[in-house]
Design a protein around this ligand. Structure first.
Ligand code: PPE
Length: 306
């Protein structure tokens, strides 16, 4: 999906022109992958653009940084405000938002601690991450031959830039094999998550999702969807899931800020089928929630104009 340039990017406290938002080739993070980022979305609402669960995303960014001992030279409040400002000045009704904290130019070598910590926030319009057809009819998944990294090799709780090589390898394999997206298993053999999304299964009316101990990121969309499902009266149980559970479930879907809620129609060529009723209900409610159309969830929206 090509990036559509917008006007301004926030860099270390200043708004700079899109084309001027550049870094040196000896930027530390480019060489060693020690950086942290977030993926956030702003949606068009009746009261102008609103960022969904902004503070939660920025707090997770700080948690990721803490894990890697990156000392962000801004406060949570600073970056919440900077995000709101970046969305506002670019004048987009809705957009994807990418805050990134990286180690800049100045030092080389594996000790990241002396490097300058830099922050930028870019926004651009971004459509359906797994395609409109995926949202409507479901995606075809492949269990990857690549494992999710062990928590003692790479901490899955951190959204670290370099960690995503694991996801990219799985994504390449899935696409080259003719599937839409991959599912990764933990080193213990349990279902972990997808390359950039959490996963949910429905069986006999009960909704399951892998726990963080299976190597899944603690997804903000995962939490949103679990809340919506529980408010509908469904039981949502974080539990270990086996590969074979993927083949025999009644419904399955994936969740993420970029992907939103996407039905899974097959796993390893075992058909799950058309998007099921629980998946549809959650997908529709999520779409309405992020646009401020569900009164009880409006507290999750951060309106950039007021
Ligand atoms: N697992 C992973 C590995 C992951 O990267 C994401 C977000 C999630 C789960 C879902 O988390 P949340 O967005 O809080 O519900 N992936 C982001 C990056 C995607 C990308 O292509 O880059 C995202 O969805 O923005």
């Amino acid at each position: 999906m090509p990036i559509t340039p917008t006007e301004k990017i926030w860099m270390d406290g200043e708004l700079v022109d899109w084309d001027k938002a550049q870094i040196h080739v000896l930027t530390h993070t480019l060489h060693y992958g020690c950086g942290v980022f977030e993926g956030v979305r702003a949606y068009e609402t009746a009261e102008g653009p609103a960022v969904f669960r902004l503070r939660d995303h920025i707090e997770r960014l700080f948690d990721s940084a803490k894990i890697f001992m990156i000392d962000i030279p801004f406060t949570v409040e600073d970056l919440v405000e900077a995000t709101r400002e970046t969305v506002r000045v670019n004048g987009l009704p809705s957009c994807y938002i990418r805050p990134i904290v990286y180690l800049g130019y100045g030092e080389m070598g594996l000790n990241p601690l002396p490097s300058p910590v830099q922050v930028s926030i870019a926004v651009w319009p971004w459509g359906a991450y797994l395609g409109d057809d995926g949202v409507a009819n479901g995606v075809r998944m492949k269990v990857s031959s690549w494992q999710r990294h062990s928590p003692n090799a790479m901490p899955p709780a951190a959204k670290g830039t370099g960690m995503y090589i694991n996801s990219s390898m799985a994504k390449i394999e899935a696409i080259k094999s003719g599937y839409d997206e991959a599912i990764l298993l933990s080193p213990q053999g349990y279902v972990s998550e997808c390359t950039g999304e959490n996963i949910f299964l429905v069986r006999d009316g009960v909704i399951n999702t892998p726990p963080t101990a299976a190597g899944a990121l603690e997804g903000i969309t995962q939490d949103t969807v679990a809340t919506i499902a529980r408010d509908f009266g469904y039981e949502v149980v974080p539990t270990n899931i086996l590969r074979s559970d993927l083949y025999t479930c009644d419904e399955a879907f994936l969740t993420g800020t970029a992907a939103e809620v996407v039905p899974i129609r097959s796993v390893d060529d075992r058909e799950i089928g058309e998007p099921g009723p629980i998946t549809r209900k959650i997908q529709e409610t999520y779409a309405a929630t992020v646009r401020g159309q569900v009164e009880s969830y409006r507290g999750w929206l951060d309106y950039v104009n007021h």
